[in-house]
Design a protein around this ligand. Structure first.
Ligand code: PLP
Length: 485
């Protein structure tokens, strides 16, 4: 591609030395490539703990700094043992995606450009890229195209942003301007949430001054889905402004609330429906999984993550609000020195809680453009297929039980119907290092938790991981010591 030659600077007094950038970036690139080349085969968990890392990294803050290249080398060296390979294709802990090569490369450019992506005036490029990426997400999820979109640090802040818009909207309808007058003296605002809602919903409610004690919790079924009859009763028993929080994708089971029915109840009541779809919203990208999220388009706001299932590097979440003006009213900043646009150009400060911010929508643009709809569909369906394969292989073994219906990418496994044995298997697998997964308590029972969210997890990775899990399980059952890799 032809590019215009850069005009030479008329001054030669700058400290800017391209050669130093070359040296450090070449070194970082070499370290990064080595890290990535080893990634598929390395011990998945961390092998260094706090003591080892402290002794390698803690020195008195130097008066005279160290050579930059040495510092980069030291960090890279310590990552070998001190970092968890959570972008490994055999990392199944929490809900953590890897990074697509194109997403990582785009993220390097974001750091290189060092754009403050808060306002258009600082970066027309990022403003436009994020505007387009936001529209693509609305198309992919098939949500109202006029919705507001904000790229935030994660689903925690996406839940916060959406619930701030909700708070603004329902109180305005009750004749109260919460942005100007705050919550003191405001009409009582009721929040209804699934008993299984993610902890970040509670945290968002705390940040918003709504607190958690008075949340009306709606019981769920054995999969963690909201019971609609209970919801109907709860909603009918409360008067005044109301926000209902549902979820698409339970963090343990992957289950979806019955969203069409939930939306029917909430709409009839004139309340606001928020859906936490940190990873579940991505089911909308797949024809076969889409029915799980049926009715989700009837909600008023949706929170999701790109750093989980879209596999962009940390950190990136997305807040989507049907009533864009409410999002804007709740989030906008204005100051005399801020050069904000009056035209069509988009200033991110109007849509997110942050003021200065990273151009985190850029890797989203790059990944969506490089994958296309088909690629996202393959990603989501592939993860779910791997989860089913692992569940099917495990459930055939005597003494192993799968606790959930594997409808998405999450699997709960219990060993010997015993909390202690289950915990011992999890610890043994973490030590073994073939894969990494964590534990949880599901409806009073200890369980191993498998989440398949990485684009690179192959059938072979799933099989190797199952073999490692069973190796540990059998060795514990026969009383032998777990193999230590
Ligand atoms: C991960 C998760 C969150 C929080 O997202 P972050 O990106 O960690 O802030 C919220 N809700 C659900 C269902 C999640 O899985």
């Amino acid at each position: 591609m032809a590019t215009d030659p850069l005009p030479a600077s008329p001054l030669s007094t700058s400290h800017f030395q391209s050669a130093v950038f070359d040296e450090y970036l070449d070194s970082a690139r070499d370290h990064a490539r080595r890290y990535l080349h080893r990634l598929p085969d390395r011990h998945v968990g961390a092998r260094a703990g706090r003591d080892e890392l402290m002794s390698a990294l803690r020195i008195a803050l130097p008066q005279q700094g160290d050579e930059g290249g040495d510092v980069i080398g030291l960090l890279a060296q310590q990552a070998e043992r001190g970092a968890v390979a959570c972008n490994s294709p055999r990392y199944f802990g929490f809900v953590v995606g890897g990074s697509y090569p194109v997403a990582l490369a785009a993220d390097w450019l974001v750091s290189t450009w060092d754009q403050n992506a808060g306002i258009y005036a600082i970066s027309p490029l990022v403003s436009v890229v994020e505007e387009v990426a936001g529209q693509w997400l609305l198309e992919l999820f098939d949500l109202p195209r006029e919705s507001g979109v904000g790229f935030v640090t994660g689903c925690q802040m996406a839940n916060f942003t959406c619930l701030a818009a909700a708070r603004h909207h329902v109180l305005r309808r009750a004749g109260w301007d919460v942005e100007a007058d705050g919550l003191q003296g405001a009409p009582r605002l009721h929040v209804v949430a699934s008993a299984e809602s993610h902890v970040t919903i509670d945290v968002a409610l705390r940040y918003l001054g709504l607190g958690t004690r008075s949340v009306h919790r709606v019981e769920t079924d054995a999969q963690g889905r909201m019971n609609v009859d209970r919801l109907r009763k709860v909603v009918a028993s409360i008067e005044g402004p109301m926000i209902v929080c549902a979820q698409a994708g339970n963090v343990n089971t992957g289950a979806f609330d019955p969203l069409r029915e939930v939306a029917g109840v909430v709409r009839e009541r004139g309340a606001w429906l928020h859906v936490d779809g940190a990873f579940g919203l991505w089911a909308r990208a797949s024809g076969s999984l889409r029915p799980l999220a049926d009715g989700i388009e009837l909600a008023d706001s949706w929170a999701t993550d790109a750093h989980k299932w879209l596999n962009v590097p940390y950190d990136c979440g997305v807040a989507i609000v049907r009533h864009a003006q409410d999002q804007r009213d709740a989030m906008t900043s204005a100051a005399a020195y801020l050069i904000q646009t009056r035209g069509e150009e988009r200033d991110a400060v109007d849509w997110v809680p942050e003021f200065s911010r990273r151009a985190r929508g850029v890797p989203v643009y790059a990944t969506l453009r490089a994958l296309g709809r088909g690629g996202v569909q393959d990603l989501v369906e592939g993860s779910c297929a791997r989860a089913r394969e692992m569940a099917d292989a495990l459930r055939q073994v005597e003494g192993v039980r799968i606790l959930n219906d594997v409808v998405l990418n999450q699997v709960l496994v219990r060993f010997g119907d015993d909390d202690e044995l289950t915990r011992a298997v999890i610890a043994g697998v973490q030590r073994d290092g073939t894969c990494w997964l964590g534990g949880t308590t599901w409806q009073g029972q200890g369980a191993m938790r498998i989440s398949v969210s990485n684009w690179a997890t192959s059938e072979d990775d799933a099989q190797r991981s199952v073999a490692a899990i069973l190796r540990v399980f059998h060795s514990l059952r026969t009383g032998a010591t777990a193999p230590i890799a």
